[in-house]
Design a protein around this ligand. Structure first.
Ligand code: NAD
Length: 327
């Protein structure tokens, strides 16, 4: 039986990947055993993945815990590394935890992978490592110019990961994806924050003039792309994963207002985020041509389904919102 270890598998994207693996959505890993290593920070939620499943082992632990990594990793065929501190706004308040988990944690994980002989690694990075682009789109060769402590810590781990391929010959690929949306996303992030605020009758905070542009991709398309890279991606290569759905924050706000039956009076303008990147845009020709990737979920359809999911799961997000405020 194949074995795969997922770091951060109780978070938004990691848990989607875990549920998909357990549902045998990825043929190359059908029937595989899944080990999840997750610290369950404020962002992780044990209920995002099954409590009991014959092919799932859940371990609550830290990717910085070297002894734990060396105990857990032997016998695994692959690792997908999702675990990270992931919220830009939090990194503006304090960068400490971002450096610890995203940089030191990745280095410890990669060392433990080398020491225990795990065959294959996908490091999940982000388009934010490129900085901001006014026109055109980033290819994988674009220089990195991250602007927030979050994106700088991700750029550091992304470069460290590639260096373990170059230096040690680790069979590793890096993915850089655009903004994800979908069910189980923590309500601190833009779309779930706006949807859950509107469902609670609270106004939504829109940064600055709302003209910032992001490229949106459904989490299911991101995870399918990661699976393609895991199975067929070349070692030492970077793969951009885009959605092609560029939207301003104003446009996203209008869509969410419409889907929840509300109007612009529910919007509260707030001071812009420090060093707020204006626009992200990926050129993902490489993964499309080399691995046959294409997103499947049209944005309007995916967004409507996501809003419906939050409408149908108040217990999930109300608990998460309360816990986060209490911290
Ligand atoms: P998330 O914040 O929802 O989940 C992160 C998970 O990692 C949580 O379950 C948390 O408990 C766990 N974690 C944090 N620190 C840990 C540690 N020290 N040890 C073990 N586990 C720890 O994040 P997400 O949105 O699911 O993002 C997953 C990955 O994808 C991240 O690496 C992120 O940078 C990347 N990414 C995210 C997006 C996006 O739009 N959300 C886009 C591109 C790339």
């Amino acid at each position: 039986m194949k074995r795969i270890l997922i770091t951060g598998g109780a978070g938004f994207i990691g848990s989607h990947h875990v549920r998909s693996l357990l549902d045998d959505a990825y043929p190359d890993w059908a029937g595989a055993h899944v080990t999840v290593l997750d610290k369950l920070t404020y962002a992780g939620n044990r209920s995002n993945i099954p409590t009991h499943h014959p092919r799932l082992t859940f371990v609550r632990g830290d990717i910085c815990d070297d002894a734990l990594l060396r105990e857990l990793l032997p016998g695994h065929d692959a690792v997908i590394h999702f675990a990270a501190e992931s919220h830009v706004d939090r990194s503006l308040e304090s960068a400490e935890e971002f450096v610890r988990t995203n940089v030191v944690g990745t280095q410890r994980l990669l060392d433990a992978v080398l020491a225990t002989g795990v065959g294959r690694v996908v490091h999940v990075s982000t388009d934010e490592v490129y900085g901001s682009i006014e026109e055109g789109s980033w290819t994988e060769e674009w220089p990195l110019a991250p602007n927030s402590p979050y994106s700088a810590s991700k750029a550091s781990s992304d470069l460290l990961a590639r260096s373990y391929w170059r230096t040690h010959g680790l069979d590793l690929s890096v993915t850089r994806c655009s903004n994800n949306y979908g069910p189980y996303q923590h309500p601190e992030k833009l779309i779930p924050l706006f949807v859950t605020n509107l469902l609670e009758g609270v106004r939504v905070p829109l940064y600055g003039d709302g003209g910032n542009v992001r490229e949106w991709l459904h989490v299911d398309d991101h995870c399918r792309a990661i699976d393609l890279v895991l199975n067929n991606g070349r070692a030492g290569e970077i793969y951009n994963i885009g959605g092609g759905n560029e939207r301003t924050n104003v446009a996203i706000t209008r869509s969410v207002l419409e889907l929840t039956g509300q109007d612009w009076s529910r919007v509260r303008r707030v001071a812009d985020r420090k060093a707020h990147d204006l626009r992200y845009s990926l050129d993902d020709t490489k993964i499309r041509e080399e691995l046959g990737y294409a997103p499947r979920i049209p944005f309007e359809e995916g967004l409507a389904a996501t809003v419906a999911w939050y409408q149908d799961h108040p217990d999930w997000w109300k608990g998460t919102k309360l816990r986060t405020v209490a911290e």
